[in-house]
Design a protein around this ligand. Structure first.
Ligand SMILES: *[C@@H]1O[C@H](CO)[C@@H](O)[C@H](O)[C@H]1NC(C)=O
Ligand SMILES: *[C@@H]1O[C@H](CO)[C@@H](O)[C@H](O)[C@H]1NC(C)=O
Ligand SMILES: *[C@@H]1O[C@H](CO)[C@@H](O)[C@H](O)[C@H]1NC(C)=O
Length: 544
C-alpha cells in the first residue's frame, strides 16, 4: 500500500512539475481574442407571446403524453422497482444499480406533463423505498449524476416553481435527504490527485475504482465524465447550502476548463485523460460521445449561474465551438443539396463518421450562439441540425440511424481518400441521399429531437415542429412493442424479422418524450430564459 502511495506521489509531483514548466513557457492565455464581453440580458427564447403567436399545439402534445402514459403503465405493471422494462418480453432488468432508474429518471417528465398520480407514485418510491446505501454492482458516477441526482434536484426546482403540486409538505427535505445520501456515497470517487472522478465507485468499500473494480494509476476517463457533474452538483449545493458539491465538481473539471496554450485546436481537447495527471492519454478529438457533455456543459454552466466567475466556462465553450467550425465541420459533395456534419479526429486522421449522439450539438450551439450573439456560429448550429434531420429523412423508416457516413467535400483533409460505402444497400442509399448508415440501429435516443426543441424555442421556425412531429410518428410506428417501446435493430428495414431489441433505457421517458412534449406545449413551460436542461433533460432553474 505504502509503496503504491509513494509511487503515486512521485507521478503526481512529476505531472505538476511538467504542468508548471509548460505554464511558464506558455504563460499568456490562449483565450486572447476570445475576450468579448458576455451579456447577461440576451433573451434566448423566441418571443412567441410578444409576436402574438399561440405556439401551443394541444393535440400533438396530448399525443406525446399518451405515449408516456402507455410507457409508464406497462412499466408499472411489469417492472415496478427495477431499472427498466424489457419491452418485447415484458421482463425487467437492472442496468443502473437497481434503484428504479425508470421511476426516478422520469419524475421530471411526469412533472412537466402534469401527471400528478404518476408523480406521487414516484415520490413515494424515492422517500419510502429506494436505498442509496446499497448498490447492485459498481456505481457509475457519470450515469448516476446525470440520471438520478439530476432528476432529484430538478424535481425540487420544478416543485418550487409550481410546475407540479407538492405530494407532501415535506417534499423538499424528503428529496434532498435522499439525494444527499447518494451524492455523499459517490464522494470517494473524487479522491484522485486531480479531483477528476474515478470511472466507478464501489459502494461496499467506499472507494473509487476503474470499470473492473481495480485501483491503479493508469485509470483514464473521457471528457464527459470529468465535466458532467457541475450543473447537478452546483444545484445541489445551492439547494442544501453545502458548498462541498460545487467545490468537488468544480475541481474535477478544472484541468479541462483552464486553458492551455499549445492546444492545436484551442478548446478541443484530446481524450481520454489520465485521472491522475489530467493529461491526455489518447488522441481523439470529437464533440461526440464519449466527450460530448463536457462541451455541452461549458455554456450551460454559465447559463445556470450567469456571473463573473462562470464566464470562463462560456469563453471556453466559444473557443471550442469556433475551433469545431474551423476544423471539424464537413459538407457533403452534392452541389444541389449539401449537408453539414461533424468529423472526428483520431490518431492524426479525420473520420467521416458521425452518430446520433452527436446530434445534441446543433441545439447546444444555437443556445450558446444566441446568448453570445454570434451569428456565424448560429448558422453553423442550424446547418448541423439540418444534417441530423437529413439522417432521419434518408432512412426508409424515417428514423435516424445510430451512425452514418458521407463523402466530405473538403479536399485538404487527411486522409485524402475517405472510405466509401461498402455493401450494396449502403451504395444505393448513398446514391439516393448522399449518406449511408454505418450502424443501423435506433436506441430510442433523444439528441435529434432535443436539437429540434432548441431550434423551435429559439428561432420560432415552424420546420422544427414539423420535423419533430415526423420523428415522433416514425419512432412510435417503428419502436412500438407489446410492453412499451423498444430499440430498433435496423432503421433501413422495419420489416426485418426480429427487428425490435428487448431493451428500453430510461432516457426514452426522461428525455425523448419530454423534449417532444415541450415542443408542442406552451413555450412558457420551461422557458429557456429561466431554465437550463442537464444532459438527461432534467430542467434546472437558472440562478441570477
Ligand atoms: C466491492 O468491493 C468488495 C470488497 O473488496 C468486493 O467484495 C465486491 O465484489 C466489490 N463490488 C463489486 C461490484 O465489484
Ligand atoms: C469531495 O472530494 C473529496 C476528495 O477530494 C472526497 O473525499 C469527498 O468524499 C468528496 N465529497 C463529496 C460530497 O463529493
Ligand atoms: C457565481 O456562481 C457560482 C455558482 O453558483 C458561485 O459559486 C459563485 O460564488 C458566484 N460568484 C459570484 C461572483 O457571485
Amino acid at each position: 500500500m505504502l509503496a503504491r502511495r509513494s509511487r503515486v506521489a512521485v507521478v503526481f509531483v512529476l505531472a505538476c512539475g511538467f504542468y508548471l514548466f509548460h505554464k511558464a513557457l506558455f504563460s499568456d492565455s490562449g483565450l486572447v481574442g476570445f475576450d468579448f464581453t458576455i451579456p447577461h440580458d440576451t433573451q434566448i427564447q423566441y418571443p412567441f407571446k410578444e409576436r402574438g403567436i399561440n405556439a401551443r399545439d394541444a393535440k400533438k402534445a396530448e399525443a406525446v403524453k399518451e405515449v408516456m402514459k402507455r410507457t409508464w403503465s406497462l412499466y408499472k405493471e411489469k417492472a415496478w422497482g427495477f431499472d427498466e422494462i424489457k419491452p418485447v418480453s415484458g421482463k425487467h432488468g437492472n442496468s443502473r444499480n437497481g434503484w428504479g432508474a425508470t421511476i426516478i429518471d422520469s419524475m421530471t417528465t411526469a412533472a412537466v406533463m402534469g401527471l400528478t398520480d404518476v408523480f406521487n407514485d414516484q415520490y413515494d418510491w424515492v422517500v419510502n423505498h429506494v436505498d442509496f446505501n446499497k448498490a447492485q454492482g459498481l456505481v457509475d458516477p457519470f450515469e448516476t449524476t446525470i440520471r438520478y441526482i439530476g432528476a432529484l434536484v430538478s424535481t425540487v426546482d420544478l416543485l418550487e416553481a409550481g410546475v407540479i403540486s407538492a405530494p407532501s409538505p415535506s417534499f423538499r427535505e424528503g428529496i434532498l435527504a435522499k439525494v444527499k445520501t447518494l451524492a455523499d456515497n459517490l464522494g470517494p470517487g473524487f479522491d484522485t490527485p486531480t479531483g477528476m472522478m474515478w470511472p466507478r465507485v464501489n459502494f461496499t468499500q467506499s472507494l473509487g475504482v476503474d470499470v473492473y473494480g481495480r485501483r491503479h494509476e493508469h485509470a483514464v476517463v473521457h471528457l464527459a465524465r470529468a465535466g458532467s457533474h457541475w450543473l447537478e452538483y452546483s444545484t445541489l449545493s445551492h439547494l442544501t447550502g453545502n458548498k462541498i458539491y460545487l467545490d468537488n465538481s468544480t475541481k474535477a473539471w478544472d484541468c479541462l476548463v483552464s486553458n492551455r496554450r499549445g492546444e492545436p485546436w484551442p478548446g478541443i481537447l484530446e481524450s481520454p485523460r489520465s485521472i491522475w495527471t489530467g493529461l491526455p492519454a489518447g488522441t481523439t478529438r470529437t464533440l461526440g460521445a464519449p466527450d460530448d457533455s463536457h462541451y455541452e456543459y461549458l455554456i450551460k454552466a454559465h447559463l445556470l449561474a450567469p456571473n463573473g466567475s462562470t464566464k470562463q466556462y462560456a469563453r471556453r465553450w466559444y473557443q471550442a465551438m469556433t475551433s469545431a467550425q474551423k476544423h471539424l465541420s464537413s459538407t457533403t459533395k452534392s452541389q444541389t443539396n449539401p449537408h453539414t456534419f461533424l468529423l472526428s479526429y483520431s490518431k492524426n486522421r479525420y473520420e467521416n463518421k458521425v452518430g446520433h449522439l452527436t446530434c445534441f450539438i446543433g441545439g447546444n450551439i444555437l443556445l450558446g450562439a444566441k446568448y453570445l450573439s454570434q451569428n456565424s456560429l448560429f448558422s453553423f448550429g442550424e446547418a448541423l441540425i439540418e444534417g441530423c434531420h437529413h439522417s432521419y429523412d434518408s432512412m426508409p423508416s424515417k428514423i435516424g440511424p445510430e451512425g452514418w457516413s458521407w463523402m466530405p467535400r473538403e479536399s485538404h483533409l487527411r486522409p485524402p481518400h475517405f472510405p466509401g460505402p461498402i455493401t450494396l444497400s449502403q451504395k444505393e442509399m448513398y446514391e439516393k441521399t448522399g449518406i449511408w448508415a454505418t450502424e443501423t440501429n435506433y436506441n430510442l435516443r433523444p439528441e435529434v429531437v432535443e436539437s429540434y426543441f432548441y431550434g423551435w424555442r429559439i428561432t420560432g421556425e415552424e420546420k422544427y415542429r414539423q420535423w419533430a412531429w415526423e420523428a415522433f410518428q416514425a419512432i412510435v410506428r417503428g419502436a412500438e412493442a407489446n410492453w412499451g417501446y423498444a430499440e430498433v435493430d435496423d432503421v433501413t428495414n422495419l420489416r426485418k424479422e426480429g427487428n425490435l431489441r428487448d431493451n428500453s433505457e430510461s432516457f426514452w421517458s426522461a428525455e425523448t418524450l419530454k423534449y417532444l412534449y415541450l415542443i408542442f406545449e406552451d413555450p412558457e413551460l420551461c422557458n429557456l430564459d429561466k431554465w437550463v436542461f442537464n444532459t438527461e433533460a432534467h430542467p434546472l432553474k437558472r440562478r441570477f
